[in-house]
Design a protein around this ligand. Structure first.
Ligand code: KG4
Ligand code: ZN
Length: 360
């Protein structure tokens, strides 16, 4: 029984925003399966996540996604040791679907349920990707569609927020900029593609707060406005066609550079302030090649251990729900009164798209 129990894995469920995901992970943090059903196409027409559509899609997909994860892991449901669910922060309707599914499974199998924090889980993706090599403390950077924050991370479950965006999240800025440039959703990968071959110095876009050494805060909304004026100068007719060719490439490259510079300045300041010898990174924007390379260059220049997960572990997934093992190993779990905590993150609230203006 002893050896058998030690391989009993955890089922993690992730429905915080617009990905329905489930993963099966062993106590030794081996990811036996990780399934992500993206809703990108569903939301593309609105160029942002529509919460009501997201919840409905989660309801349709959650059971097939969980079944697929268990099947691919090659385990039987009765072998599961616990269920882990991302319960904060996120869209309330989306979070509730994952939590309800998790509770039903935990009740049916009479196994513990344990809630986890989605933002800390993004950082834990580094532990999944790089193995047991982390030597805390780290500066943690989470840059995604709903969050852009810097943390002083003393352990997997112990992170103090040092600063972050005071308006849009970095991913949200990419999404809105892509929309201004006539590109698709999600905007980050689209801008990255469009920027290839562009001159990042073609347009001098603002880097608000980047030179402010008093604060670890960032701001991206002015950058978006500056881009808007470049695309369509004040007073220009509303039906200016979106930029094409080299002009598009230069705008996309200049925008991408401005976002990356803004983030890098504050990561470096956070390293100076905390004295940490390493940086761990997570969230969808960490899939961006320029950001990855710039962070790695910073690491070489300052002799820091910089850990960035592979792209599939940067964007939302349930494998990072392996963080729940950290709580289970402390003997902690939650009862059936576990509830969601959507949070009041301003960036997440701002992210709601303008549902009056879908693309055709
Ligand atoms: O972590 P994530 O999948 O979901 C949230 O928790 O928000 O992040 C999604 C965000 C989107 O805003 C998307 O545009 C951005 O990450 N993103 C990128 C890239 N891939 C995804 N941003 C810049 N470059 C990328 N390659
Ligand atoms: Zn996320």
């Amino acid at each position: 029984m002893g050896w058998y129990k030690s391989i009993m894995p955890l089922l993690a469920i992730e429905t915080t925003c617009d990905e329905t995901a489930a993963a099966v992970i062993t106590r030794s943090r081996e990811v036996l399966s990780s399934v992500v059903a993206s809703q990108e196409q569903l939301h593309a027409r609105w160029r942002g996540v529509v919460p009501e559509l997201a919840s409905r899609a989660h309801v349709e997909r959650i059971i097939p996604v969980i079944d697929e994860a268990v099947m691919r892991a090659g385990v039987a449901t009765r072998d599961l040791e616990a269920v882990a669910v991302a319960v904060r922060p996120g869209l309330v309707g989306s979070l509730l679907v994952g939590l309800s599914a998790g509770k039903a499974i935990a009740a049916a199998l009479r196994i513990p349920i344990v809630g986890y924090d989605h933002v800390l889980a993004h950082l834990y993706a580094c532990r999944i990707a790089h193995g047991d090599v982390l030597t805390y403390p780290y500066v943690g950077l989470v840059a995604s569609g709903g969050h852009t924050s810097l943390f002083h991370v003393r352990g997997p479950l112990d992170a103090e927020r040092l600063g972050g965006t005071i308006d849009d999240a970095a991913g949200e800025a990419f999404d809105k900029a892509a929309s201004l440039l006539g590109l698709g959703y999600p905007g980050g990968p689209e801008i990255e593609r469009a920027a290839a071959g562009g001159n990042a110095k073609a347009h001098r876009l603002p880097r608000p707060l980047a030179n402010d050494r008093e604060r670890l805060d960032m701001s991206f909304s002015g950058l978006k406005t500056a881009l808007r004026y470049l695309v369509r100068p004040p007073g220009a007719s509303a039906d200016v066609p979106p930029p094409q060719g080299q002009k598009l490439a230069d705008l996309a490259a200049s925008f991408q550079q401005a976002v990356v510079d803004s983030i890098l300045a504050k990561v470096e300041l956070a390293v100076e302030r905390t004295g940490c010898r390493g940086v761990i990174v997570g969230g969808g924007v960490a899939a961006n090649t320029l950001l990855r390379e710039s962070l790695e260059a910073l690491g070489r220049r300052r002799r820091l251990q910089v850990l960035i997960p592979p792209r599939s572990l940067c964007t939302d997934n349930a494998a990072m729900g392996a963080i729940a093992w950290e709580r289970l190993e402390r003997g902690e779990d939650d009862g059936f009164d576990l509830d969601v905590r959507p949070g009041t993150d301003r960036a997440a609230a701002n992210r709601r798209p303008d549902v009056r203006s879908p693309t055709s």
